[in-house]
Design a protein around this ligand. Sequence first.
Ligand code: SF4
Ligand code: SF4
Length: 370
Amino acid sequence: MTASQDRAPVDVSLGLFDQDLLAACISCGFCLPACPTYQLTLDERSSPRGRITLMRAVDSGRLPADDPTVLEQSSYCLGCRACEPVCPAGVQYGALLEQWRDLTWSGARTPPVAAALRAGMRMTPALAAAGRVRGAARTTGRARGDGVQLMLGCVERSLFPGVSQAVTRLLPGIEVPSGQGCCGALHAHSGGSTEGHHLAERLGEALPGTILTTAGGCAAHLVNVLGRDRVHELSEHLVDVWSASEAPALTDVRVGGRRARVALQDSCHLRNGLGTSAQPRDLVARVADYVELPSAGACCGGAGTYSLLRPDDAAAVVAPKLDEVESLDLDYLVVVNPVCQRQLVTALRRRGSRVRVVHLAELLALALPT
Ligand code: SF4
Ligand code: SF4
């Protein structure tokens, strides 16, 4: 029997989804234990398999796109893609979710917060001004060629300007072209996949070389649109270039006279979308005592716009992780994505935790000789 004969039939189709993607699920349920929303509810409808069943019902016209359960489950999904690496049929759930949200979050059904963020992130001059005001890395002018070019991002430039500053210390002389906008990941994940694709292409024109990004979510989106060759995520890039002869002499990051204890929170899209998880751990271990957070690979609840749209659900998702962080006697929790940074900074601060949340670039910059 061939792989295509194995697939469940999608009898009638309104053509709302890519048929090959939709047909790939064989309903085995292997993804259920990996899904955070299923783990919280034990409700089949809140699982990847249940959501694909809902997508099929919409695609065949058995349910309207604005059915309350369809709307709720498309929104409740974190988009973390933890269901992908465990799926024996290779279901591309992230791509299906983008198509689903294009249907459920279109027009008047777009959540106002998502619509406002999508509008704000398309204003390149405003992003540039925010970066200048906040003190992100200074741009070096228009892109000069096809070397490595630092992407400043939108959320990160505005909320965590120290990250790009740290990268310019780790990689002196790196080009930081002006005129860069948002990569469109936020749009693609919140009902605007066509615009998200277009913004990625536009960023690819502003940064025509190798795009270096410090955000796992942006990396996965840009790879999807521009291809693997054009995009380097920071940890991948540093491990590559420092395995040559360019590694700086890093010192230990120390706290209270001892080597710092540091854990990592994976970026879902970096780990589940691009398969990158060893490199950030390797880099942390070069400068500190690395401690594996048991739930490092599980979503923190930040999830793009999720923590803004569904703060109670985001809090429920992150709660067990906060208990773990507190139990490990950590000094730092390292992140590789700005939305995770915002979510964990906020959640740990609310708990009065002494653990500092920093981006990998910021931790490594602390280890540079002064
Ligand atoms: S593991 Fe894959 S094939 Fe199996 S139910 Fe989940 S999405 Fe479908
Ligand atoms: S993306 Fe995450 S929350 Fe959504 S179905 Fe997959 S595992 Fe569950």
